[in-house]
Design a protein around this ligand. Structure first.
Ligand SMILES: [Zn+2]
Length: 256
């Protein structure tokens, strides 16, 4: 549920592609190795804001989101380095949200995260059902952005700070940038989407979904996965929400 389990595969695959390319071209001589490295370096140029290559920059569709919930993301230090992290996406599209770094050796203290004027909910599949009496303006939600084993350790640290809360989460995940090894796994930002929906914050849920699905679509295009991107778009609100940006994708030059 909590950004779980399928994070490493894509990053490793990206790195593996580079390593394989270098290794195979080394056999052909030094020049090939240098050329290959320049390709790798060129491919890492990214927009400062959305972190996509300029070819797939989605900043023209950016919309900042405000919501009555206080949103905090506790991100494992390994997750911070994964380009597929959706915790970072939350912090980008919900500017009032906060991010806290988790390291096992030096975990953040309670006083750094917990707001005294709010009830802290920690989303967790083994938590209690969603409390119905709490207004969103009285809630601070803590999202754990990590793989499952990492999230388990993080939960041990933060569980005493608030209420573990379980969300009704059904349907297939709409996140397609990480391999899902288990059904019922969702990205961290999808947990927030489920929470907004459960609290009746439909406007905020729709706005966040647009930003999330635009991110997924651009991610698929950036990987050259055109067929999967087209299939994704066919059932996404992105298609109607950002027609100009989608047209612009087709016009942009491959090198920039
Ligand atoms: Zn951008």
């Amino acid at each position: 549920m909590l950004a779980v389990g399928y994070g490493l595969a894509d990053d490793w695959r990206e790195q593996t592609i580079c390593v394989v390319r270098l290794t195979s071209e080394r056999a052909c001589g030094t020049q090939s190795v240098l050329m290959s490295r320049s390709v790798v370096l060129a491919s890492t140029q990214r927009c400062d804001h959305c972190r996509f290559a300029p070819r797939w920059c989605i900043c023209a569709g950016f919309q900042a989101i405000t919501c009555p919930l206080e949103v905090d993301v506790l991100i494992h230090h390994r997750e911070l380095m994964r380009p597929t992290s959706t915790g970072r996406l939350i912090n980008r599209v919900v500017p009032a949200s906060r991010r806290h770094l988790f390291r096992r050796e030096t975990p953040p203290g309670r006083e750094m995260i917990v707001r005294p004027d709010r009830t802290l909910w920690i989303l967790h599949p083994r938590g209690e059902p969603l409390p119905v009496a709490e207004p969103p303006s009285g809630v601070q939600v803590l999202l754990l952005d990590a793989s499952w084993p990492e999230a388990a350790r993080m939960t041990q640290t933060v569980a005493p700070w608030g209420r573990l809360v379980r969300l009704p989460m059904i349907g297939p995940s709409r996140y397609r940038l990480r391999e899902q090894t288990l059904t019922g796994n969702y990205a961290t930002i999808e947990a927030l989407l489920f929470l907004l929906a459960a609290l009746g914050l439909t406007k905020e849920e729709a706005q966040l979904r647009l930003q999330f699905e635009l991110h997924v679509y651009a991610g698929l295009r950036a990987r050259g996965n055109k067929l999967a991107a087209a299939e994704y778009l066919a059932t996404s609100p992105v298609r109607e929400a950002f027609p100009d940006l989608l047209q612009d994708f087709e016009r942009r030059r491959p090198d920039g």
